[in-house]
Ligand binder design. Structure first.
Ligand SMILES: Nc1nc2c(ncn2[C@@H]2O[C@H](COP(=O)(O)OP(=O)(O)OP(=O)(O)O)[C@@H](O)[C@H]2O)c(=O)[nH]1
Ligand SMILES: [Mg+2]
Length: 391
């Protein structure tokens, strides 16, 4: 599957840049392209300058709203981010139109954080613009959720997230959720290493996008998971996960490949890898809430067999019984065993419901506070009405 990637704001731009890097890896290691073009859109000049893999011309690094922001961002006011995107959205559409390999692309992937200002406000507006202009291509929005510490110290990040999530859900074909907090569960120091988190966010897409673009016969699986399968699966609220096991751990020393013990070890390791993919999902969710799912097994030829693929399918069916499951295998020469899982059309995601609930409470509180201040003002003016004036 080949994507047009557009990152908004600091977070979106950085992750789009990371996708540029995985495309370079696909090109040099596998001789294929998984990205037709990549863009970054921002109100902040400095953020645009700090990117590396996205081309540096003004058509690929698109500055919007400079009249309103002086090139310094919107300071977390996502309503302003949305307004600027409405005014300057044509710049993005013009840039897409200039993409030489646009006709090769299967879909758009738009990326932003929900908690900031520019990206959070711009992503729904530009999604809508693109849907109007290119109604036949799916638009997927990859939305990054704030860290817990940001939610506790800055109510704005919750409010922004609720507005952004509600809006993207109204216009995008799917919203792929990536919760920053999930990536620091095992290593809290990553909180200060956003580029590592960005790698972890982009990595699960690598095999998934490569599998359907593979040209070499020996790397084409018995069942290829191509753009059509992905487009049939990815819809609504979506989570993605990825597990990896080094293959050398599989092989029992001095035993033949056909040995029954090797086979059961392979299946066991395959299931363990899928388990890892599920427990490392980009957002905490309940797999049984998914109406659609897919998994891709990528492993060296000699480790791949139909039993393993079937066992993985049965396993996923057990934990996501309501889901229509699509599957694929992607044989490699060497390397680890990877399992990529996507759970889609999720009926409930507790973190999202939380944002909506908290934001409704917040709006209510702000309204009551405002009314309170008005009453105070009224009280004050009433209280000095009878004081004589010197004027
Ligand atoms: N994963 C990840 N999260 C990031 C990155 N940069 C910022 N964030 C998160 O994104 C949120 C802040 O949004 P930004 O993307 O910085 O904001 P923006 O869209 O540039 O908007 P303004 O700066 O307000 O104009 C916070 O929740 C950060 O934790 C990044 O490179 N990777
Ligand atoms: Mg910014």
């Amino acid at each position: 599957m080949k994507l047009v990637i557009i990152g908004f704001g600091q977070c979106g731009g950085k992750i789009a840049d990371e996708f540029g890097r995985i495309n370079a890896r696909a090109r040099s290691h596998r001789g294929i392209e998984i990205i037709a073009d990549a863009f970054a859109v921002n109100t902040d000049v400095t953020d645009l300058s700090s990117l590396s893999s996205i081309k540096s011309d003004y058509r690929h690094r698109i500055l919007i709203g400079s009249r309103k922001t002086g090139g310094h961002g919107v300071g977390k006011i996502n309503e302003l981010g949305a307004e600027i995107a409405r005014d300057d959205g044509d710049k993005v559409i013009d840039a897409i139109r200039g993409t030489k390999r646009f006709y090769e692309s299967d879909a758009f992937l738009l990326i932003a954080s929900a908690g900031g200002g520019t990206g959070s406000g711009a992503i729904p507006v530009i999604t809508e613009f693109i849907k109007e202009r290119y109604p036949d291509k799916p638009v997927y929005d990859l939305v990054v959720l704030p860290f817990e510490h940001e939610e506790t110290t800055e109510e704005r990040s919750i409010y922004n997230s609720a507005l952004c999530l509600k809006s993207v859900n109204m216009v995008a074909d799917a919203v792929i959720l990536a919760d920053n907090q999930r990536y620091i569960r095992k290593d809290a120091s990553l909180r200060n290493n956003l580029s590592k988190i960005n790698e972890l966010i982009a990595e699960p897409f690598f095999d998934l996008l490569c599998a359907g673009e593979e040209k070499k016969q020996k790397f084409i699986g018995a069942k290829t998971l191509d753009a059509g399968d992905i487009m049939q699966t990815v819809t609504g609220w979506t989570a993605i996960g990825y597990g990896r096991t080094e293959v050398s751990m599989f092989n029992l020393p001095f035993s033949r490949k056909s040995d029954f013990r090797n086979k059961s070890t392979e299946i066991h390791k395959g299931i363990q890898t899928m388990d890892e993919a599920i427990s490392e999902l980009s957002i905490n969710c309940n797999p049984s809430d998914a109406s659609r799912a897919l998994y891709l097994l990528s492993a060296p030829h000699k480790e791949m067999n139909m039993d393993l693929i079937k066992e993985l399918g049965d396993y996923l069916k057990d934990i996501a019984p309501e889901a229509i499951i699509r599957t694929g295998d992607y044989p490699r020469e060497k390397g680890p065993l990877n399992v990529t899982v996507m759970l889609s059309e999720l009926s409930g995601v507790s973190k999202i419901i939380d944002y909506f609930t908290k934001t409704i409470e917040l709006i209510d509180l702000i309204k009551r506070k405002r009314e309170g201040i008005q009453v105070e003002h009224r009280d004050l003016s009433e209280s000095f009405r009878d004081i004589p004036s010197l004027l």
